[in-house]
Ligand binder design. Structure first.
Ligand SMILES: CC(C)(COP(=O)(O)OP(=O)(O)OC[C@H]1O[C@@H](n2cnc3c(N)ncnc32)[C@H](O)[C@@H]1OP(=O)(O)O)[C@@H](O)C(=O)NCCC(=O)NCCS
Length: 177
């Protein structure tokens, strides 16, 4: 049997609202660095989990993270603060989708909120052998979704160019060039 036939994925296009994710965390001592703010790796893990959950809801098949675009930490998040991680599918192509993730931190005593980080992840739908398989496409319903989709399309081009450049450099390294 072809590996792409061992997984049945619906090809009916789906609205972005069907797969939205919002996770909430509280920064506990085990999440912090030596100066009492959140450890970057913890935020990266939350971002990846939110994106994977979103992609799972959209694709309804196993997914893997193919890439994470640059992740900038814009403001520190302190012990005891509330962290909200929101994820939504911005763009779909044949087997992959871009998931946008926004991280917001809230001071629990004042209610002030700070945009802490944003990231774009490419998640790929895979079968049981880890081979890419077609995923459902998204239906764009709002102007905001259309704008995000257009922006994501431009990012995809840049990302795939970078991926090709990295592959060329790896081949050159292997060949001792
Ligand atoms: C991601 C992975 C499944 C791609 O497999 P592949 O054999 O290279 O397949 P393809 O070249 O056909 O790519 C499949 C899709 O992924 C996209 N893709 C592949 N590498 C990518 C990258 N680095 N960044 C963005 N998209 C990527 C392709 O554009 C394609 O999308 P499309 O079908 O929507 O156009 C494979 O590289 C893999 O398993 N990587 C490890 C993933 C993993 O373990 N992640 C967990 C963290 S370590």
């Amino acid at each position: 049997m072809n590996s792409n036939q061992n997984q049945s994925v619906s090809h009916v296009s789906k609205e972005i609202s069907e797969s939205l994710v919002e996770m909430t965390e509280i920064v506990l001592p085990q999440h912090t660095n030596a100066i009492g703010s959140v450890f970057g790796g913890t935020v990266m893990s939350w971002v990846d989990i939110a994106a994977a959950t979103c992609a799972l809801r959209h694709c309804r098949c196993q997914v893997v993270t193919a890439s994470i675009d640059a992740l900038h930490f814009l403001a520190p998040v302190h012990l005891g603060w509330i962290v909200s991680i929101k994820a939504s599918v911005n763009f779909t192509s044949r087997t992959s989708c871009e998931v946008g993730v926004k991280v917001t931190a809230e001071n629990p005593l004042t209610g002030d909120r700070y945009h802490t980080a944003s990231a774009y992840l490419t998640m790929v739908g895979v079968d049981k052998e880890g081979k890419p398989i077609p995923i459902p496409q998204i239906k764009l319903m709002t102007d905001l979704e259309r704008r995000r989709n257009a922006d994501a399309s431009a990012r995809r081009l840049a990302r795939l160019t970078l991926k090709d450049d990295l592959a060329k450099r790896r081949r050159a390294d292997v060949n001792g060039v």
